[in-house]
Design a protein. Structure first.
Length: 323
């Protein structure tokens, strides 16, 4: 009853968690990490459940999706926000809303909009230099525009199939086409094709963090590019490409509003903080029962998530205290 229907205010507890986390872990080198995670469910009675893409399984499945935000700094990392994503058909179904006690003020929002709203309301509480997220957020040109307007430096992943046009600010503009009179531009190309064509001398190697088997090193490069967004040419951004070191490297591609004068090492270090939230999910689901709940209501889901995040933060503090 305490979890599923208790009248305590989970938003107030969450605000206290943010305050403590910022106080204990706050650092100018901090990074805010945005990531949704899924909870597989049977039946149709749990709030927000439907057949939708389940990242945990990598396919469409009956599940709930929650938007989570983590904070990572040199002092540690932990989850600081959880909010259930309510699908559009759920929002429009008055009977299901009433059965699961979904508040009247809850409207349909994409996960990109949910993340944007949270950053505007609470991002300032955490000292940070970057906002990082996966492809679900990198594909949204509107989200990147909002982050630019709010002076938030971002590193958002994109798929290797995304096309970009290279811009070299040190070179004069191309000659004019004799037929159209327009200046010639570099052609659009897939980012994975571009990355694999780069000469070994173009890559710089950085040690980004310590792993279970020793220091983790990556190679990186950056270029000024333009992308196409919703049928138009988007504002120039910086493409950051990171690849693992070895005979069969794996590539990651990220778009950023950082200018070319920004340190490549700083960008590579920030981008490499994104896996911290995966570690947070693993710890939260494995050690404090983040995914183990029987509640079906809006209140129960958020109560459970806040309690699990409090328990996780306690473990983070204990780990720091014990060294």
């Amino acid at each position: 009853h305490f979890v599923g229907a208790g009248r305590w205010d989970d938003l107030a507890v969450l605000a206290e968690l943010r305050r403590h986390a910022a106080e204990e872990l706050g650092d100018a080198a901090g990074v805010l990490v945005i990531d949704p995670t899924s909870f597989v469910k049977k039946g149709v009675d749990s709030v927000g459940v439907k057949r939708q893409y389940c990242g945990r399984l990598g396919k469409v499945e009956n599940c709930q999706v929650g938007l989570f935000i983590g904070y990572a700094s040199p002092k540690g990392h932990t989850l600081v926000h959880a909010e259930l994503h309510v699908p559009e058909d759920w929002v429009a179904d008055a009977a299901r809303r009433a059965k699961c006690y979904v508040p009247e003020e809850v409207t349909f929002r994409t996960t990109q909009r949910m993340a944007s709203d949270w950053l505007m309301a609470h991002g300032h509480q955490f000292p940070h230099g970057w906002v990082v997220a996966d492809e679900e957020f990198g594909k949204s040109g509107s989200l990147r525009e909002v982050l630019r307007e709010r002076k938030e430096r971002y590193l958002l992943r994109i798929q290797g199939s995304r096309t970009v046009r290279l811009i070299d600010p040190r070179q004069p503009k191309g000659r004019r086409d004799p037929e159209t009179g327009r200046r010639r531009q570099a052609p659009f190309q897939r980012v994975d094709t571009f990355a694999r064509a780069q000469h070994p001398s173009k890559w710089k190697t950085f040690r980004v963090r310590d792993g279970e088997k020793g220091p983790i090193e990556v190679q990186a490069l950056k270029r000024k590019v333009q992308t196409k967004s919703e049928g138009r040419i988007a504002t120039a951004e910086t493409l950051l490409v990171i690849r693992t070191v070895g005979d069969a490297p794996e590539y990651r591609f990220l778009l950023s509003n950082a200018d070319l004068d920004t340190s490549l090492e700083d960008m590579a270090l920030a981008a490499s903080e994104r896996p911290r939230i995966e570690e947070d999910f693993q710890r939260a689901k494995g050690e404090v029962g983040l995914a183990h709940y029987e509640v079906r209501s809006w209140v129960g889901w958020h109560h459970h998530m806040v309690l699990a995040m409090l328990a996780q933060f306690f473990l983070v503090l204990e780990q720091g205290r014990l060294g």
